[in-house]
Design a protein around this ligand. Structure first.
Ligand SMILES: [Zn+2]
Length: 191
């Protein structure tokens, strides 16, 4: 298969019209041919076209390439075979460790939410509270949030995700801005 590849690459040579016609190097160079042909044997006994640039026998060059490609391939394969298993093992181990970490984290978070959400939590009421927050946000133009009165995630306490533990709060930074605006407006009104 690799042989065919080289033959195909060398097919450009055929444009020379030098095949089996004796054409000396100087003439071939003048004609801008890639090859010349003497009809004489090379040092390795090939009767083959030679390259105008290097004077190298085409057959010798082909052999050299095939041999070197084979040795390259073998050495590369050898390298892969010796290094593949440890490399794959290392990658697999890393993946497992990191997946385990991620899974542990989400399990922890899931458990925390499950613990914080008892069966009797009033889904509808909570939903209405979130709707109310949206409504207030649109009405006032400042952001309103549904807030856990006793925090769900805290080092000392563990609040519940239930209606009784929820409150509507305007977001603090917005509230400060709004108060400033109100007071400045009032001050101009009452001046
Ligand atoms: Zn040769």
């Amino acid at each position: 298969m690799s042989e065919n590849k080289f033959v195909k690459q060398d097919s450009a040579v055929d444009r020379d019209h030098a095949e089996f016609t004796v054409i000396i190097r100087s003439v071939a160079r003048q004609m801008r041919f890639v090859h010349y042909f003497t009809g004489k044997e090379c040092s390795r006994g090939h009767i083959a076209k030679r390259f105008v640039k290097s004077g190298q026998c085409e057959e010798c060059k082909r052999n050299w390439r095939v041999n070197n490609l084979t040795s390259y391939k073998t050495s590369h394969r050898k390298y892969r075979e010796t290094n593949r298993t440890p490399e794959l093992k290392r990658k697999k181990l890393w993946r497992q460790n990191n997946l385990a970490k991620g899974a542990a984290y989400s399990a922890k978070r899931r458990t925390r939410k499950q613990n914080a959400t008892p069966n009797w939590s009033e889904e509808q009421l909570i939903h209405q509270l979130f709707s109310a927050a949206n409504y207030l946000t649109r009405l006032t133009g400042i952001q309103w949030d549904v807030d856990h009165i006793i925090p769900i995630k805290h080092e000392n306490v563990c609040g519940l995700h239930v209606y009784q533990n929820l409150q509507l709060l305007p977001r603090l930074d917005n509230l400060i801005k709004w108060c400033k605006f109100e007071s400045s407006e009032h001050s101009t009104v009452f001046d």
